[in-house]
Design a protein around this ligand. Structure first.
Ligand code: NAD
Ligand code: MG
Length: 380
């Protein structure tokens, strides 16, 4: 029987690579739900190719534009309810969350409520409301399978081990587009410079997050929720080649790492086939060809957003929500050329400094903190 999958955020970097993986195994996968933001041309093509039960696009006017171009039998929805419909309203076994930002939270919670396993790329959702997402997943007995390459690596290194034996996990960081620039040099970098990532081709938001190191900050908090470790057990190491995707150190001193060519289709596929491993067309890793790998201690002064993420993570409550929301707005403003690169960290820091943290927030409190941070971050 084919494994049924819904993809939210299907037109983005992770979304298209997910459909790539699906096309490599047409006899094993079936797409039953697709949703996207505003790239309607590609979305129409995808819906015609995969003929899902349900499809959804960002808003009504886009839905009206594409309705006549969709095949018969596909139910079309739009907006936040449409997203929820695609995530939770099909007979998918797994929902791959490839949407960007905390906008993915309601749909992710709805999918978990319906007992669907989550192949999780949308890290902002876990950062924003980690306790709600993981509690509900536990209650519903559904798996949260990491798509993020570092978390997939750690997940693979933990296979068959006891969590009590874990000393420490280390998340590797490529360093992003500006890893070799000084803080002084960062003052005048442009959007174009920032979008040129040395190792990965990704969506605009995460590419900027890699340059500010916010991405690693989000990943630290993501790891905290996925693996249930303390923040003092989570380390970050600069590794420019992105070959060692992350590693786990055990109490006997053994270190187990996961390696591979940088290709997101590998962790995407593993999240969809776990616990099996299937063939893949990824470029094989030749360590002889690579020759050398480099590692450097992380500099928290050079990358203050990483320091802030650890601080927020330890504080908990609504602090990570505010960190994430302020960053989402700041990145959008930077991409819009409204603010300079270094303003991103200032906006996050200011939002956190003005925020009164609430402990153990419910969904309404999370949404309120998210709105509050967005509104503040758009005026700083
Ligand atoms: P992207 O910008 O390329 O794609 C985002 C997708 O979400 C698009 O399909 C867009 O249309 C859709 N979308 C955006 N807002 C929407 C809305 N309101 N309603 C419905 N759809 C909406 O982003 P990406 O790089 O693919 O990243 C997606 C997620 O995966 C992010 O959370 C990112 O942090 C994470 N991630 C990405 C990579 C990568 O290599 N790109 C690696 C690890 C994790
Ligand atoms: Mg990652």
């Amino acid at each position: 029987m084919k494994k049924k999958i819904a993809v939210i955020g299907s037109t983005g970097s992770i979304g298209t690579q997910t459909l790539d993986v699906v096309m490599q195994h047409p006899e094993h996968f079936e797409i039953v739900g697709l949703s996207a933001g505003s790239n309607i041309e590609l979305f129409v093509e995808q819906v015609n190719r995969f003929r899902p039960q349900k499809a959804s696009i960002a808003n009504k006017s886009l839905a009206d534009q594409i309705r006549s171009q969709l095949p018969q039998g596909v139910e079309l929805f739009y907006g936040e309810e449409g997203l929820v419909e695609v995530a939770a309203g099909t007979d998918a076994e797994t929902v791959l969350t490839a949407i960007v930002g905390s906008a993915g939270l309601p749909a992710t919670l709805a999918a978990i409520s319906e007992g669907k396993n989550i192949a999780l790329a949308n890290k902002e959702t876990l950062v924003t409301a980690g306790h709600l997402v993981t509690d509900l997943a536990k209650k519903k007995g559904v798996a949260l399978l990491p798509v993020d390459s570092e978390h997939s690596a750690i997940f693979q290194c933990l296979n068959g081990e006891n969590m009590e034996d874990v000393q420490q996990i280390t998340i590797t960081a490529s360093g992003g587009s500006f890893r070799d620039l000084t803080r002084d040099q960062l003052q005048h970098v442009t959007v174009e410079d920032a979008l040129r990532h040395p190792n990965w081709s990704m969506g605009a938001k995460i590419t900027i997050d890699s340059a500010t190191m916010v991405n690693k900050g989000l990943e630290v908090i993501e790891a905290y929720w996925l693996f249930g470790l303390g923040f003092e057990q989570i380390g970050v190491l600069l590794h420019p080649e992105s070959i060692v995707h992350s590693f786990v150190e055990y109490r006997d001193g053994s270190v187990i790492a996961q390696l591979g060519s940088p290709d997101m289709r590998v962790p995407i596929q593993y999240a969809l086939t776990y616990p099996q491993r299937w063939k893949s067309t990824t470029k094989r890793l030749s360590l002889a060809e690579v020759g050398r790998l480099h590692f450097r201690e992380m500099d928290f002064e050079r990358f203050p957003c990483l320091r802030l993420a650890f601080e927020c993570g330890k504080i908990g409550g609504t602090a990570p929500t505010v960190y994430n929301a302020a960053n989402e707005v700041a990145v959008a403003r930077f991409l819009n050329q409204e603010i300079s690169f270094l303003k991103i960290e200032q906006i996050i820091e200011t939002a956190l400094a003005s925020h009164h943290v609430l402990d153990n927030p419910d969904l309404e409190t999370i949404k309120e903190a998210d709105r509050w941070a967005r509104s503040l971050a758009s005026t700083i």
